[in-house]
Write a protein that binds this ligand. Structure first.
Ligand SMILES: [Zn+2]
Length: 400
C-alpha cells in the first residue's frame, strides 16, 4: 500500500529507516567485538543504544521497532552459525554491515503506529513524528482485525514509500471438547455426508451460478474470434467466475469452521485435487474446486482449534462394509449399502464416511504423530482470494 504524505514526512521516514539500519549494524558490530553472545543480549544492547546520548536518534525509534531490527541482525548471525555448523562450502554468509540502499525498510511491531478506524490512514507515532499518511489500496485490510497485524514494514522503493502489513495467521482459539469425531465422504449428489448420516448439500446459489456460467460460456463461444464482443463476453465470464469463487469460498469457510468446532477429530479422503480439477464436466469441476477449498479451510481451522484433520487413502471406502470389513461391490447408482455377509444396511455415503473415520483412527494408532495434512502457519487463505475456479477458468479460457 502506497503511503501519501508531505515531503517533510518522507524525510522523517528516511530518518527512521536510517535508524533501523543503525541499530542492525550496531548489533553486528557489538557481536564482532564479542560484546553480544545471545539474542537476549542483543535486545539489551538495543536499550543501551537508546540510552546513549551519543546517538540521540536511536531513542526516537519506537522501542519495539528497535527490537525488530536487533532481531534481524541476530537472524543474520544465527544464519551464519548454522551454515558453519552444517559446513556449507564457500558461502557461509558472514554478517555484513548494511550500506545505503534505495530499497530498504524499517519495521514496527505492534506499537509505534496506528491505523484509522476506516483503515485508510496510517499514523506513525514514535519519536520521529512522521505523522499521518493516506494509504492507497488498503481495501484488503478490512478482512483482518487490527490485533492480527503483527508487524508494519515501511518500505522505501524507487517510486515512493509503501506500508506492508504482516498478518498473523497462526491464530489459536479455545474449543471445548465435544466428545465427537466424524468422517466426511464427498460426492456430487451431496457436498458431503458424515459418518452419522448427516448430509450437507451444495447451497442452491452454487447451482444457480453454475447455470449462469454455462450460459456465459455458450455466449462466448458464439462470438467471433478477435471481435469486441468476444472480449466483452470473456470479461463477463471472468467476472462471473470470480464472483462464484468468492461466494463459494465464503460458504465453505463457514461450513469448515462449523465442522471443526463441533468435533474433536475429522477424517477425510485424501483426494488428489490436481486430477480432480482437470475434469471437464462443469458441475464436477465446480464441486471439486469447492471441496479443495473446503479441505484447506478444514486444515486451517483444525490448526486454530487444535482439531486433528486426518486424510486417508481413498481406497474402497465406498465398497467395503463398515460393519464387518468385507468388500461389497456396488455401482455408482447403488445408493444403499446392503451387506450379504453381516446383513448391515446403511446409506451408501454414510457407510463410506464411517469407513473413512475408521481408517483414520487406524492410521492414527499406527503412525502416531504423523500428520497427513500439511499445516503451516502461513496459509494462502483469505476470504477474498482468487480461488481454484478462478485459475481453472483462466486455463479453460486459454484452451478455448
Ligand atoms: Zn458387512
Amino acid at each position: 500500500m502506497k503511503l501519501e504524505g508531505e515531503d517533510v514526512q518522507y524525510e522523517k521516514l528516511n530518518e527512521a529507516i536510517r535508524t533501523g539500519r543503525f541499530v542492525r549494524n550496531s548489533i553486528i558490530k557489538a557481536w564482532m567485538n564479542g560484546e553480544i553472545k545471545s539474542r537476549n543480549e542483543a535486545y539489551k544492547y538495543c536499550k543501551n543504544l537508546a540510552d546513549n546520548p551519543e546517538f540521540p536518534w536511536a531513542k526516537k525509534l519506537n522501542s519495539m521497532a528497535r527490537q525488530a531490527h536487533a532481531e534481524r541482525a541476530w537472524s543474520a548471525i544465527e544464519r551464519f552459525y548454522k551454515n558453519c555448523k552444517a559446513n556449507v562450502p564457500e558461502k557461509k554468509g558472514y554478517p555484513k554491515f548494511k550500506k545505503y540502499q534505495v530499497r530498504v525498510s524499517v519495521e514496527y511491531k505492534t506499537s509505534g503506529w496506528k491505523l484509522s478506524e476506516d483503515r485508510r490512514y496510517l499514523t506513525l507515532s514514535d519519536g520521529f513524528e512522521a505523522g499521518t499518511f493516506k494509504l492507497w489500496g488498503s481495501r484488503d485490510l478490512h478482512y483482518y482485525q487490527i490485533k492480527q497485524i503483527k508487524r508494519v514494514r515501511i518500505v522505501r522503493r524507487h517510486d515512493g514509500y509503501y506500508a506492508q502489513f504482516v498478518i498473523d495467521h497462526t491464530r489459536e482459539e479455545k474449543k471445548d471438547l465435544t466428545g465427537k469425531q466424524t468422517g466426511l465422504d464427498v460426492g456430487l449428489n451431496h457436498f458431503y455426508t458424515d459418518s452419522e448420516g448427516l448430509k450437507v448439500d451444495n447451497p442452491r446459489f452454487l447451482r444457480k451460478d453454475e447455470r449462469k456460467i454455462k450460459k456465459l460460456q455458450k455466449r462466448l463461444s458464439r462470438t467471433k474470434k478477435g471481435s469486441k464482443n468476444r472480449i466483452k463476453a470473456r470479461n463477463r465470464l471472468g467476472r462471473a467466475h470470480l464472483k462464484v469463487s468468492r461466494r463459494r469460498n465464503d460458504w465453505v469457510c463457514k461450513e469448515a469452521q462449523r465442522v471443526i468446532q463441533s468435533n474433536d477429530l475429522v477424517a477425510i479422503e485424501d483426494l488428489k485435487v490436481r486430477n480432480m480439477v482437470k475434469n471437464h464436466h462443469l458441475a464436477k469441476s465446480i464441486n471439486d474446486a469447492a471441496w479443495y477449498k473446503f479441505r484447506e479451510w478444514l486444515e486451517y481451522f483444525g490448526s486454530i482449534y487444535g482439531v486433528p484433520l486426518i486424510a486417508v487413502e481413498p481406497k474402497n471406502t465406498s465398497q467395503n462394509c463398515s460393519n464387518c470389513g468385507q468388500k461389497v461391490s456396488k455401482t455408482l447408482s447403488t445408493r444403499t449399502h446392503k451387506c450379504p455377509h453381516c446383513s448391515y444396511e446403511a446409506d451408501r455415503d454414510e457407510n463410506a464416511a464411517i469407513n473413512i473415520l475408521q481408517s483414520a483412527l487406524k492410521q492414527l494408532s499406527t503412525t502416531l504423530g504423523r500428520r497427513e495434512s500439511n499445516i503451516s502457519g502461513e496459509t494462502g487463505l483469505c476470504l477474498d482470494g482468487e480461488t481454484q475456479t478462478g485459475k481453472l477458468a483462466r486455463r479453460k479460457r486459454k484452451s478455448k
